[in-house]
Design a protein around this ligand. Sequence first.
Ligand SMILES: [Zn+2]
Length: 172
Amino acid sequence: MKSVQGIILHQTGGATAESSFNSYKNGAAGAHFLVDKDGTIYQTASVYQQTWHVGKLRSRCLAELSCSAAEQHQASRFDPTGTHRREMTKSVPNRYPSNQDSIGIEIVGQALPLNEPNPDKRIYETLSTQQKESLDWLIRHLTLSLKISTKEIFRHPTVSYKNNSEAATATW
Ligand SMILES: [Zn+2]
């Protein structure tokens, strides 16, 4: 990555760190850090390497009520591909941090109940106390060492189209 502009917080959907390592081995897109249930932090990619953890960006000006009239009109249509394309012509902080310029932190945690057929209706587990402490430490170190603004830290569903409860109990 040429520059790191932000941090995106995720939950893995798996019960253990091993399930994430296995999916990374099988070519899954990955992220930069993985925080296990017991608070262990694994670095899974160099912070200078781009990983694919974000997906299509939502309109930031729509969420933050700062769009021009023309853009407001465009952005309020549900068009993830078009919205993403328009967002990527901007730079942070006018758009959300993307795969090109953000660190991804995955926190081990499932979305429950597993037998709920609609994945959007599952609710991600609450972070453990150890995960909260490790996340706090990791974010403090990353923001200081890479000079990332704490205003540019987001949960995955804020920046992209994901289950709203993902990383909902993460704080920073
Ligand atoms: Zn995610």
